[in-house]
Ligand binder design. Structure first.
Ligand code: BGC
Length: 759
């Protein structure tokens, strides 16, 4: 199916125009608060109201790792679980975070029902790509270019979450990430706002399902609102330097898509925007989020992000931070009880109004009501489901399918892949048989050792007779004799599979890197193995695009394996042996060097563009590296070459209120079936503000049998040409546009058309 905004609208997925601020509001629960919510509100004391706005880390149910050690430490003075039960019974807490488990979940819920008004708790957790069944990291899933696949994995994750007592996930992470030094690239859908928007909506649909009140649905929380992907220098928790136009044009569309898909909550970001931290930014959280975007759910702070207004230097003390965050629009405080400590006094001093307090509580109760918690506090707390519905065969099969479809083949010189039967394979590298590094940075509930490694996958596929496995070195440390053993294994083999890359804790939160290269011991290993002259297939583990160097960059075949989750090893073996043809495409550009960051395909031209093939001096460029990516956004090949014919347009003009068809004929020139991601890009040749050199507008994943040809047609209309103008409003401008239908953002054939003015 062609994935463009028209189809999405037709399919009822409510994505609409992807540029921000079109003024629609189609929230799933946009109705005013119910009578029940109003009647609860009328009976609540200030302390109980503030309780609903308080979210603590769960101290009763074991959390897999301290979510925020500082906050946990604050509670250490008392017996933490007992303290939490007391708080819940007193109605001083509305939600808990990161705990799982039905038995204790029911006990907590019992305690909540014993509180004066018996308002149930809501249990949240950071389930971004699976809880016990781990699906590929979101960046990997984006590489599938199949939002429908992300929707299915989110649905399966929701089923698992609700089997162990979770009602609310802090996902999807929808930050557009254009700087690969930022560790959190792994959690999102890459550098392109359009692709990220399709995935954002798909995740929300998957998590929330068609019926929120079902035992199997969870509330989604697209995060981090907003601009977090633009942290300066890719450094975690840094500030941003964003114009409002850029914020609206690039960073808002995935949020808008997620809200239109019905997301019930959102999370305020850590970073500042134009000098005001997001978690105390009234313009962002009220003018843009509520008034412009029409969001009706509640806003939760990030972990202690409201408290951090003090460290940012905009709040004098904690109390001031609470006032600013609450006034700006942060409804719920995730952290150590900031609101509990300060909102009552602020209210007493008239520093905040009772209307604002009621509004925030109303929003929280409405989400609880929408989830069915007010009717059935024990929803999703069923011991039978907990025993039977975790890591089910169906979920694991989906994890394998999703993983295989997320793999990206960057290069395949001399058709090294697929691996030929009967040849001797040396699997070399620290990531070849390391179950602790298959899941990625956000899988704290997965059991170490549950994931299938590449070695296990290859053994299952090929047996042991033709396979030797050598570690060679650690992820970031040499092993005594490791290189010698690896070289000997390579010499004795016909082909080397080199499993190298990042360990799973090298990307994710707080994992920014200034050099996005392979750790030195692995590079050394690769050079030594390459010196044997044996053909090499690199299988790369990574949570971001890497700057590949030397023997890794020059290997005959390179497969990007990201972090693929529970079934990663099986899926990689499926692709390496050719049982499944690779069909993923890069959602982030792989640069030539770390110093090119931020590098993204949809950059502006500048006044002195270095044109392709040119090497002129007074141009926008670095003197020591080409301006191009090593592998651009959208790139990926399969096991057969695909030829793109010329772009055919249905006319030279796109009338203001009509559409234009752009077609191409594709031919599979090889002996194997392929799935090709056909991509349509547009460039506005002259606009009132500078526009990207290319922008992805739609794509289609097409199956082509060996030798087959097929025509693919896209429809372009004015909405595809819209952008945020100097007046911060969405607009299209008549004029000439270039269109490419292409296998990547740096290839393809093009044609031009004119958008004619409204006559
Ligand atoms: C992260 C959020 C996460 C929260 C709760 C924070 O440090 O930035 O993405 O949802 O912790 O775990």
């Amino acid at each position: 199916m062609i994935i463009d905004r028209r189809n999405l609208l037709r399919a009822g997925t409510c994505l609409g125009a992807l540029a921000f601020g079109t003024g629609f509001s189609r929230m799933a629960f946009a109705a005013p608060a119910s009578r029940r919510v109003e009647s609860l509100l009328a009976r609540m004391t200030v302390e109980e109201k503030v309780g609903q706005l308080t979210l603590y880390p769960d101290e009763v149910r074991p959390t897999p790792r301290p979510i925020n050690p500082e906050i946990n430490a604050q509670a250490e003075a008392r017996e933490r679980a007992a303290f939490q039960f007391d708080e819940v019974r007193a109605g001083r807490v509305g939600s808990l975070l990161a705990g799982t488990g039905v038995q204790l979940g029911r006990k907590l819920q019992e305690a909540a029902l014993q509180s004066r008004l018996g308002i149930p708790l809501m249990f949240g957790a950071d389930v971004l790509h699976g809880l016990r069944t781990i699906f590929p990291i979101p960046l990997a899933l984006a590489a599938s270019f199949e939002p429908g696949l992300a929707e299915r994995t989110a649905r399966a994750a929701a089923e698992e979450m609700t089997a162990v007592g979770v009602h609310w996930t802090y996902a999807p992470m929808v930050d557009v990430a254009r700087d690969q030094r930022w560790g959190r690239v792994a959690e999102g859908s890459g550098e392109d706002p359009y692709l990220a928007s399709l995935f954002a909506a798909a995740y929300v649909r998957g998590f929330q399902g068609v019926n929120l009140r079902s035992q199997r649905s969870v509330a989604a929380c697209p995060k981090h609102f907003a601009g977090y992907g633009a942290v300066i220098g890719g450094m975690e928790y840094n500030n941003t330097d964003l114009t409002e136009r850029e914020l609206l044009q690039t960073h808002m569309p995935p949020f808008e898509a997620a809200f239109r898909a019905g997301a019930l909550t959102t999370m305020a970001a850590f970073n500042d925007i134009d000098g005001v931290p997001a978690s105390g930014n009234r313009h962002l959280l009220t003018d843009l989020l509520r008034d412009r975007l029409g969001f009706k759910g509640f806003v939760v702070s990030d972990a202690a992000s409201a408290e951090e207004l003090v460290a940012h230097g905009v709040a004098a003390d904690e109390k001031d931070a609470a006032r600013q965050a609450f006034d700006a629009g942060v409804d719920v405080n995730m952290g150590g009880g900031l609101y509990k400590r300060h909102l009552p006094a602020l209210l007493g001093a008239n520093a905040i109004g009772i209307e604002r307090l009621d509004e925030a509580v109303r929003r929280v109760l409405t989400v609880k009501e929408n989830l069915g918690l007010l009717d059935d506090p024990y929803r999703s707390l069923d011991p039978k489901r907990e025993a039977q519905e975790v890591r089910t065969p169906a979920a694991l099969a989906l994890a394998r399918e999703a993983a295989a479809r997320s793999v990206v083949l960057l290069r395949n010189q001399g058709d090294i892949l697929p691996l030929k039967a009967g040849r001797m394979i040396a699997l070399i590298g620290p990531l070849g048989d390391d179950a602790a590094n298959m899941d990625g940075p956000w899988a704290p509930w997965a059991k170490t050792g549950d994931a299938v490694t590449l070695a296990q996958g290859l053994r299952a596929e090929l047996g042991t007779r033709h396979l030797t496995i050598v570690e060679g070195c650690g992820i970031d440390a040499p092993i005594d004799g490791g290189i010698a053993a690896a070289v000997a294994a390579a010499r004795a083999a016909d082909v080397v599979v080199l499993a190298v890359g990042e360990g799973q804790d090298m990307s994710g939160e707080a994992r920014s890197r200034s050099e996005i290269t392979l750790p030195a011991p692995q590079q050394e290993l690769a050079e030594a193995v390459a010196a044997t002259g044996k053909p090499i297939v690199v299988v790369l583990s990574c949570g971001r695009a890497l700057a590949l160097q030397g023997a890794v960059r020059d290997a005959g075949a390179i497969l990007v394996g990201w972090f693929l989750g529970s079934e990663g090893g099986h899926a990689l073996a499926d692709v390496l042996t050719g049982r499944i043809a690779p069909s993923g495409r890069l959602p982030v550009s792989f640069p030539r060097t770390s110093g090119q960051q931020p590098y993204y395909y949809n950059h502006k031209s500048t006044g002195r563009p270095q044109l392709p093939g040119e090497n002129a001096f007074f141009k926008a460029r670095y003197t020591d590296v080409a301006n191009t990516a090593l592998y651009p956004f959208g790139h990926g090949i399969s096991y057969a070459p695909v030829q793109y014919g010329p772009v055919q347009l249905s006319g030279e003009t796109l009338p203001w209120d009509d559409d234009l068809k752009a077609s191409i004929t594709l031919t599979n020139l090889g002996q194997r079936p392929v799935e090709e991601v056909v991509q349509l890009y547009i460039h506005d040749e002259a606009a009132s503000v500078t526009r990207p050199v290319r922008e992805l507008k739609c794509f289609e994943k097409v199956r082509l049998a060996a030798g087959a040809s097929r025509q693919v047609t896209f429809t372009i209309n004015r909405a595809e040409l819209e952008f945020i103008g100097g007046d911060l409003q969405l607009r299209a401008e008549p004029g000439r546009f270039q269109v490419w239908i292409a296998p990547s953002s740096a290839a393809g054939t093009s044609a031009a058309f004119v958008l004619s003015p409204l006559s």
